[in-house]
Design a protein around this ligand. Structure first.
Ligand SMILES: C[S@@+](CC[C@H](N)C(=O)[O-])C[C@H]1O[C@@H](n2cnc3c(N)ncnc32)[C@H](O)[C@@H]1O
Length: 276
């Protein structure tokens, strides 16, 4: 899978392990340690003169925690996690039979995820659960309509995905998500995206990671454009989603226990609801 966005999943998978996220160790592997180590080295080298810039790992842990909190608050049964990569969220939350968890990613990524789960008894137990599914597909064109039984409210999560899609690909996916959740009261979409116009110029960790990932992934770095957070909300509305809003870590409810609020981070979650 050389030259693919799976490298980014290896990187974040290692971040979840380092942060002690439950079940993250199920996906521990040498490749992830190598990618994380090399990326951290390249980013620190790039930041030599900007050590005051926003910090990346704390920002990732913040978004992961905020999304976990939204799963904890969700009252429906179905969670659809897009581009799940090596995220441990499905393994963690599917321990509750009250939830049905569906993970989508590219087929080769899911093969690796299954292989990693197969190594341990705990991983095998997760893979055998009836309430977790792994569905292979390319989210730029994949039909989402049949993934969740009709009428069931669904929480759709897109963590670490939308920065790799260009504006047109984002809108296409939002339209398909809007069509999927329309009429399912209580359904919502949550994803992270820091508008490029808000990212600190040059040398900061987020942009550096984009460049570093561009090297690892054969040029598939962050897709940058000039839309502001308000523009993104307008796009979401035009795609059929309702009441779009953004939440920064510091604006999140205290009950979410978002960590690292004392640090400088760049992070922004978008949440939007289903139309009636
Ligand atoms: C930065 S990783 C995030 C993984 C996981 N959500 C996390 O936060 O740990 C990006 C993930 O997006 C997936 N991805 C990127 N483009 C995709 C596409 N067009 N269709 C399906 N998955 C895609 C990659 O395979 C990778 O697993």
């Amino acid at each position: 899978m050389k030259g693919s966005l799976f490298t980014t999943a290896l990187y974040t998978g290692q971040v979840w392990i380092r942060a002690g996220v439950p079940c993250a160790d199920l996906f521990e592997c040498n490749e992830a340690k190598l990618v994380h180590g090399a990326s951290t080295f390249l980013m620190s080298a790039g930041q030599l003169f900007r050590s005051d810039g926003p910090q990346l790992e704390p920002a990732l842990v913040q978004r992961h925690r905020m999304m976990d909190a939204l799963v904890e608050e969700f009252e429906g049964r179905y969670v659809l996690e897009l581009a799940a990569g090596l995220s441990p969220r499905g393994a963690r939350f599917s321990s509750s039979e009250a939830l049905h968890y569906i993970e989508v990613d590219l087929a080769p990524v899911l093969s690796v995820k299954r292989a990693l789960l197969a190594r341990t008894v705990q991983g095998q137990e997760v893979a055998l659960r009836e309430n977790i599914e792994f569905v292979a597909g390319d989210l730029r064109s994949m039909d989402l309509a049949d993934l969740v039984p009709p009428g069931e409210p669904v929480l759709v999560i897109g963590e670490g995905l939308f920065m790799y899609l260009n504006a047109q690909e984002q809108r296409s996916l939002w339209q398909r998500i809007a069509a999927l959740i329309s009429g399912r009261a209580g359904s919502r979409l949550v994803f992270d995206l820091v508008p490029s116009c808000e990212q600190a110029p040059g040398g900061t960790a987020g942009r550096l990671l984009g460049r570093v990932m561009g090297v690892f992934t054969g040029g598939k770095g962050f897709a940058l454009d000039e839309r502001t957070r308000e523009d993104l909300c307008r796009d979401l509305r035009q795609c059929g989603l309702v009441s779009p809003r953004f939440i920064s870590p510091r604006e999140a409810p205290e009950s979410w226990c978002v960590p690292h609020l004392e640090l400088s981070t760049e992070q922004l979650l978008f949440v939007a609801e289903a139309s009636a």
